[in-house]
Design a protein around this ligand. Structure first.
Ligand code: AKG
Ligand code: FE2
Length: 276
């Protein structure tokens, strides 16, 4: 069983009941205004490398601050920093307030050398976890994330809603003989922050599974999908690496144009970005 206590370790902070009830309500209400999209991992100008295949991501996503399209290969310093982060919508007021608090906690809890100069949580990936429903009505549970690292510099903060997720930090090579460094259930309204050489640089992290105990789904604008968990991961991308869609080189522009048009249907920000 998970214990409802705050965890403070070198490189890791966890608060099981961080988000207050009224904040939770406001965030869930605001989430109803979003239209998350399904992205493909690759594109015409970034085809799958040998041994890999074109595929849909396991879940719908929405980004705030800047959008890191999968087919642009995500932000990956030190080398992969150009033309990967496209200006996106700002945080709603309820998230801005929470973020100030999270940034404050981070600066108090983590060592100075774990927080880069200029660091602020200006980028957010919202992941929707649940069950896909295909054209024949067949349901497939895709509520997991394989071993990976978040490459943005400095601490990453993660806020969860809905069903609990079994989250692990693992050492060793990706996907083989994993050695669990730390594992825990991420609870509804919890905050996890990790940083530094061990949890952020050396370890991979993953979501093994998401519980199905509550039997309720979030009522969101995601078609053919039952959402039972929502996770926000807040990250830092230096402003000089965030570009406007109009300034992308032609191949990247062409690869993400379809997504921009889809987003523009429901977002004034993306509508404007296409007209710039
Ligand atoms: O859903 C989670 O708890 C983690 C998500 C994650 O690792 C990511 O988005 O990079
Ligand atoms: Fe991650």
């Amino acid at each position: 069983m998970s214990k409802k206590t705050i965890i403070r370790k070198d490189g890791l902070f966890y608060h099981p009941t961080f988000i207050k009830r009224n904040e939770r309500e406001a965030i869930l209400e605001w989430l109803k205004t979003l239209y998350p999209i399904w992205e493909m991992r690759f594109s015409e100008n970034n085809p799958p490398p040998e041994g890999d295949t074109q595929r849909k991501l396991l879940r719908p996503v929405y980004w705030l601050g800047n959008w890191q399209f999968a087919c642009l290969n995500y932000y990956h310093p030190p080398k992969g920093v150009q033309n990967r982060c496209i200006h996106a919508e700002d945080y709603p007021p309820v998230l801005k307030k929470i973020l100030e608090n999270i940034e404050g906690i981070t600066k108090m809890h983590f060592k100075k050398n774990e927080v880069p100069r200029g660091w602020k949580l200006n980028t957010c990936l919202i992941n929707f976890y649940g069950t896909s429903i295909d054209e024949n009505g067949k349901k497939v549970d895709t509520a997991r994330v394989g071993d990976h690292k978040d490459f943005e510099l400095g601490p990453v903060a993660s806020v969860s809603f809905g069903e609990r997720a079994f989250f692990q930090f693992v050492l060793g090579k990706k996907d083989v003989k994993n050695n669990v460094l730390f594992e825990q259930w991420l609870e509804d309204s919890s905050l996890q922050i990790f940083a530094g050489d061990l949890y952020k640089e050396k370890a991979f992290h993953r979501v093994q599974r998401v519980e199905s105990k509550l039997k309720t789904f979030f009522d969101l604008n995601v078609e053919n999908f039952e959402t039972r968990r929502i996770n926000f991961t807040f990250r830092y991308v230096p402003v000089e690496h965030i570009v406007h869609f109009k300034d992308l080189p032609a191949p990247q522009k062409s690869d993400v144009l379809g997504y921009m048009q889809e987003l523009a249907k429901n977002s004034a920000h993306f509508e404007r970005a296409l007209k710039r």
